[in-house]
Design a protein around this ligand. Sequence first.
Ligand code: DSN
Length: 419
Amino acid sequence: MNDKLNRVFEIVKTHNEWRREECLNMIASENVMSPLAEKFFLSDFEGRYNEHDEETHYQGTKYSLEIELLTNSIFGERFNTKYVDSRPIAGAIANLCVYNAFLKPGDIFMSPGLTAGAHVSSTKYGIAGVMGLNSIDAFFDSEKFVLDVDNTLKLIEKVKPKLIMLGRSMFLFPEPIRELRDAIGDKIKIIYDAAHVFGLIYGGKFQQPLEEGADIITASTHKTFPGPQGGIIIARRDLDENDWRKIQRSIFPGIISNHHIHRLPSLAITALEMNAFGEEYAEQTVKNAKAFAEAMTEFGFKVLCEDYGFTESHQVLVDVREFGGGKVVAEKMEEVNIIINKIAFPWDTDKDVTQNPSGLRIGLQELTRFGMKESEMKVVAEFYKKVLIDKQDVKKVREEVKEFRKEFLEPKYCFPVEE
Ligand code: DSN
């Protein structure tokens, strides 16, 4: 067989075995779909087009339109709104579509700021910068790890942003949406980037942004919400019809031509599974994050926000400067098949984000999905201790990790697959 073709097969097989069977996957932005959602991920929709505004512009689209509308309706029922659009092909693209709907080059908007956890798309380094937007960082309380409302309100008064972006990629505690909304009135739009916590929100175990005063949620559909990779935009039910039209125009013909229809059956299946199991899954995820943070603290690690209960989300943040910094430690942990990523904390600089920042951002949503509970969190934390504090032999710990993972190979909180 052609060597390169052979290598393609090998890469996929080896990767699948490694990440699905031998690793503890703890990247806070990742997850796996259910077996049923995976089964329906590949279909003829994969190669088809359905560009549309109010009208479809291709023939052969009756089922692709139906699956899109059905998917939207499931989310619409959950969030009590008719304003759902599942066409954005990524969370960052959902942000782009919203920015493009409401802002023009030079406009000022407010976002959390990179080292306070903003997604790169909301900073000058990402989509906001590419669009020529002027993104001003809100103030952040780096002890409590929440937005500093008083100073941010003063800043809002001074710079008069056209839009406020809340929600973070480093995200421990809810945003003070209600406080902001009450203080600023309804003239400035509040957008909530729910990408990381979307599954927790869907499961009713994190704040409910639309009920608390946000106008629009953008999200990706594959983090704590364990669906296919993609994005979604959901607006409050009483959003001005014109504003929703601006968003939809921004989606098509603005930003997206075709919208990767093949992911929608899996997205719909995941949403239905989340209707059935999402509350339990979200609750266990947060419990596991807290249990993991406690175990890490007991083993001597500097876990952030101990005085505030460590976390209300799927994430745990650990200051690992004493072990060489976030990059060094994340690479070290990969040697034992524990997959995590480095993260910059508020006292780091923007440059540190890609260099060697202070911390680790550890997500517990995927281990939870495979059935781990609080008691397993202690075992997982102990692997960190063995590597970083006890400096045990890496090969030995890797074998222990693989052995431990073998007990947790089936995703839970999902429908069975009928053969
Ligand atoms: N950059 C991703 C994260 O890991 O948070 C989100 O897109």
